[in-house]
Design a protein around this ligand. Structure first.
Ligand code: HEC
Ligand code: HEC
Length: 329
């Protein structure tokens, strides 16, 4: 591979297009991001549905106050997160947890840090009626609001007559979220033999396997998509849902994809830098004290997992009255 580089005209190397090595030998399980997430049979993706889901994702009227949209906490221009320790919702209330990114969420086995929603459809029914987030009293109120705003024809175009329902709202949002993928990270291009990794990132890649991070952060998603204990902080994690002692402090293994862009870290957002998050993981999960150089190498590797964010054209929201709605509460 080195020789091929040396023989190439310098201009091409500078342009960054000339690397043409054979696909490298990767640690077991590693690979590029899959092109498609699983798509449920009862919610096929169509152009109109995705477009409606996008409108709903950006729709501030999906909150009782009329000023919080999904995008407020999952800013699509900033890696699908709000960069808050924990999110700010209705009447500026702080929730208990950090907002995970919606990018690639279509790949997770279950949704939320504690996995309490089984899929994106179930997940998106939560926020509009969560008193600390968008704060509607009931799904019925949400539908009333959407009807008043002129959403009925949009829903009927996708779901047929009588299509404006809470379930269909969730389906449309989920279909849109399944388009929020981040392919072609430097690592992915490396895995396909199209680019090389900096030496520090290569050392980091070796290190995470050697010390056992990849027991949990494995496969092309860099998560085994399972639930593992993380004894850190006082959030009981999955135990709050299942009531089982064995689920105390158990959380879904977070993906490493785009992790360099989604600070702060962990379910409580308590850690500001990736360096610190790596150090804590090594200590708490593996009983390993990493040297500064190892931390830097691992972070260099994690940075290669930043993909291309999806291109999202801002939707036009229906405003049949020709004025901005004003909701007082
Ligand atoms: C007030 C801020 C806020 C709003 C508004 C909000 N979310 Fe979230 N979202 C969060 C937080 C915080 C979590 C993590 C909560 C938890 O795990 O207990 C989360 C979790 C998620 C997840 C799970 C991701 C994962 O990795 O498990 C998805 C998907 C998601 N939100 C999508 C949405 C959609 C769609 C909407 C609009 C209908 C929305 N969110 C509105 C803050 C928000
Ligand atoms: C026993 C399983 C396990 C091992 C081993 C493990 N992790 Fe984790 N990792 C997790 C879980 C679970 C989470 C979610 C933590 C939470 O709920 O805050 C996580 C979260 C993270 C995060 C934060 C992600 C975010 O978005 O906030 C990083 C970074 C991370 N791990 C890196 C590592 C590194 C580096 C190693 C090796 C030094 C490692 N992990 C070893 C299970 C593990």
């Amino acid at each position: 591979m080195k020789r091929a580089l040396v023989m190439m005209p310098a201009a091409l190397i500078w342009a960054g297009v000339a690397f043409a090595g054979a696909p490298p030998k990767l640690p077991a399980g590693f690979g590029p991001l899959p092109e498609q997430p699983p798509i449920p049979k009862d919610n096929p993706m169509t152009k109109e549905k995705i477009e409606l889901g996008k409108m709903l994702f950006f729709e501030p009227a999906l909150s009782k106050s009329g000023h919080i949209s999904c995008n407020s906490c999952h800013n699509l221009a900033s890696w699908g997160v709000d960069h808050q320790k924990t999110s700010i919702g209705h009447r500026w209330q702080r929730g208990p947890r950090n907002a995970p990114t919606v990018f690639n969420a279509a790949f997770w086995s279950r949704q939320f840090w504690d996995g309490r929603a089984k899929d994106l459809e179930e997940q998106s029914k939560g926020p509009p009626v969560n008193p600390k987030e968008m704060a509607f009293a009931s799904p019925k109120e949400v539908i009333k609001r959407l009807r008043a705003l002129g959403y009925e024809p949009y829903f009927e175009r996708v779901f047929g007559k009588g299509g404006l329902t809470y379930d269909n709202m969730a389906k449309a949002i989920a279909a849109f979220e399944r388009t929020l993928l981040t392919p072609n990270s430097l690592f992915d291009r490396f895995a396909r033999g199209e680019a090389d990794l900096p030496p520090a990132a290569k050392r980091g890649m070796k290190k995470v396997v050697e010390i056992g991070c990849t027991n949990c952060h494995n496969g092309p998603l860099f998560t085994n998509n399972e639930f593992m204990p993380f004894y850190y902080g006082d959030d009981p994690g999955r135990k709050a849902i299942t009531g089982k002692e064995e689920d105390d402090h158990v959380f879904r293994v977070a993906s490493w994809r785009n992790v360099a862009m989604t600070a702060p870290y962990f379910h409580d957002g308590s850690v500001k830098t990736l360096e610190e998050a790596v150090r804590i993981m090594a200590r708490v999960q593996l009983g390993v004290e990493l040297s500064d150089r190892d931390v830097a190498d691992i972070v260099a590797f994690l940075k290669t997992l930043t993909g291309e964010p999806p291109k999202v054209e801002v939707p036009r929201l229906p405003r049949p009255a020709g004025v901005a709605p004003d909701y007082r509460d």
